[in-house]
Design a protein around this ligand. Structure first.
Ligand code: DAH
Length: 345
């Protein structure tokens, strides 16, 4: 019987060592110290033993019981402390203010593009897009600027490496959105009324008014009986929608190879109202657009008969518009990714 007791004790201590939580500990207690446990049963059966045996076994059984009870209490304390500690560590102060999630918004250029597209959308223009890597043909040739045409000098061009040429057809980063005009007229017949927003590239040193990449919006309308009056009416309406009813709009002759006649559109200076200041270079006017009647040569090239159809086209720089509106004095701020600037709009 004594041997049994010793075995029981060592098994009990062994298992207690493996207990890792309070539930397991309670199961252990029931197993080794519960009313039906071997140890308690042994203590109960002491009465059946002889006096001599009872004294030896009884004393040992009581020792074992005490030792198990002490160990149980210690283990319990240890587990409870561990629990309290981890509760404390994982505690959550629900009264702390939450972490605010940073909400972004559309880039100033995108906002301006959206506004331009929505004004022309209201006049029935459809939004189309063209590729930024373009054939020389669309960027120059088809726009009435053959190889040695001096007007090519207006566009400092970024050419693609020769290994991207297909045969002897050179490619470039489009210097304006005007090539989209050709792409549209190649694919569809009049009546045409489209605007083409997008990035354009120039091989230029950057400064406050020049970026090597910026945005333009191109416009094109082709149909029977389209006249300069339609061009004027459309752009007049557009500039006033964008810059306010009180703006004056000026149309003057200008030259672009792909239009005839060509015009330059200006509004009276937003800063001085026309009296002359630094913003308008003392002229009182600010140029915002190039435009004109589509050159017959351009129409002919895309198989639209200039004797039957006519059209107008226009192109504008996008960043210039918010620069004028908000008095932003450096175009490099647009794509410098400085949130202190971008967040303001
Ligand atoms: N593509 C010209 C530029 O980048 C702007 C322009 C002028 C576009 C006259 C036109 C136009 O469609 O008719 O300078």
């Amino acid at each position: 019987m004594l041997n049994q007791l010793e075995e029981l004790a060592s098994k009990a201590f062994d298992e207690l060592g493996k207990v890792t939580n309070l539930e397991e500990l309670e199961a252990w207690r029931i197993r080794y110290l519960g009313k039906k446990s071997d140890l308690i049963q042994t203590l109960r059966s002491l009465a059946t033993l002889s006096l001599k045996e009872r004294r030896v076994v009884g004393a040992r059984a009581n020792e074992v019981k005490k030792a198990l009870e002490t160990s149980l209490a210690e283990k319990k304390k240890g587990l409870e402390q561990g629990l309290a500690l981890s509760l404390q560590r994982e505690s959550l102060d629900v009264t702390l203010p939450g972490e605010s999630v940073l909400l972004g918004h559309l880039h100033l250029t995108t906002q301006t593009l959206d506004e331009i597209c929505s004004i022309f959308g209201g006049m029935g223009f459809q939004v189309v897009e063209g590729p930024e890597v373009e054939w020389e043909y669309y960027n120059f040739e088809a726009l009435n600027m053959p190889a040695d045409h001096p007007a090519r000098d207006m566009f400092a061009t970024l050419w693609m490496d020769s290994d991207t040429k297909t045969g002897d057809r050179p490619m470039l980063l489009r210097t304006h959105t005007s090539p989209v005009q050709i792409r549209v007229m190649e694919k569809s017949r009049p009546p045409i009324r489209v605007i083409a927003p997008g990035r354009v590239y120039r091989y230029e040193a950057t400064d406050a008014t020049h970026e090597w990449m910026f945005y333009q919006v191109e416009g094109l309308a082709v149909d029977k009986n389209i006249t300069l009056a339609d061009l004027k009416g459309t752009l007049f309406e557009f500039t006033r929608c964008l810059f306010g009813e009180e703006r004056k709009v000026r149309f003057r002759c200008d030259y672009f190879p792909f239009v005839e006649p060509g015009v330059e559109v200006a509004i009276d200076c937003l800063a001085c109202g026309g009296t002359g200041c630094r913003l308008c270079g003392n002229s009182g006017w600010i140029e915002i657009l190039g435009a004109g009647m589509v050159h017959p040569e351009v129409l002919r090239r895309v198989d639209i008969d200039p004797e039957v159809y006519s059209g107008f086209a226009f192109g504008m720089g996008v960043e210039r518009i918010p620069m004028l509106r908000y008095g932003i004095d450096d175009i490099r701020l647009f794509y410098g990714n400085d949130l202190r600037f971008l967040k303001q709009f």
